[in-house]
Write a new protein. Sequence first.
Length: 406
Amino acid sequence: MDSALWKTNVRILWSGRFLVSTGLTGISPFIPFFMESLSHGDTENRLLWSGLALAAPALSYAIMTPLWGKVSDRWSRKWMVVRALSGLALSMFFMGIAQTPFQFFLFRLCQGAFGGISDASSAFIGAETPKNRQGYTLGKMENASALGLLLGPFLGGILVEFWGCRPLLLLMGLLTGCCAIIAAIFLTETRSQTKAESIHNSIWKTFASLYQHRAVRAFILAGILVKVADFATFAIFTPYVEQMIQSSATAIWAGILLAMTSFGELVGAPWWGKKNDCQRIEYTFIWAAFFCSVCMLIQTYTLSLQWLLIVRFLQGFSYSALLQSVMLYVLRTSDMDNQGVRIGATNSLLMIGQITGPFLGSFLGSHIGFPFVFLVMGIVLAFTSMIIWYSSLLSSNRNLNVHHKL
């Protein structure tokens, strides 16, 4: 592909990932406030519907993403990017005009079912990006998401304070819709349409093929555990900070510390992506998981806020390598005609960690203590490093045996 064309595609995908990340993280923290207005002040209903609305996209996303991946392999990866942006735009628009908590919940389900810009952009990168630049490009996508995660809550808080939740949702729906139109016009796909088997059968075969490939199986298991560790500690982070600093400024400090983690991801994602292009992906994952584990374990001790800021930055920096390495490994072990469905199936499996992590973190934090959550999750991350190390060792030994036989 022409260099200028490839770079234009990357800019469009980067803009879509950034805009979606900013919009979704900008509204998510304020869903309880919106639910309060929709529930007319009923506190019990507000909490129930807030929990359901926050969990809904992950559930529908896990179900639908392999199907969309298969459709992208059969039809067009470009139009799956457009579909994801359009689906998110419409979902945010309808969330903005919802009149009841149940309606809002349904549109959050639609967000997960018809969105999925992460998978769509990753599949497009796998097909349209030079192989020696795939790691760098996936790193740029993680960079876009991290920047959105950094700016979203801050900008969302300002807009909600002055405008309210409805205008914010309508604005983000409009901007995302404009991005979908730009993608439809300017995103360029060079691959031709391919024939494929029955969608239903192929999706199940895809899950089976991911499981049967030992190295891919190891990366996906490690990715699930990474998600568990991330969401388990995220669920208890604000009360952990409150317990540690014992100040009325808990919310401010929690926000600053989370922003510092996102800033670490923003800096680290493209750096690790370049590393993946010039060394084995296993090495990147092993070292990044090890350093992330150390950062988790350090937080079991009471630190000053200055030290905690440094640790959170380093945690974000090392964490930014992990999921992009999983995705890149799946891409590089896929054929051109099944990249989309394999990425979709992988993301569907990773949702196991995202769904179970908050429950596990909340349970351990409430029954044993918040520092214990960081201890357990630090050990979990160290275990993921060992999983990939062992898988890499087995692959090296197998290749050595083949070489000796030859």
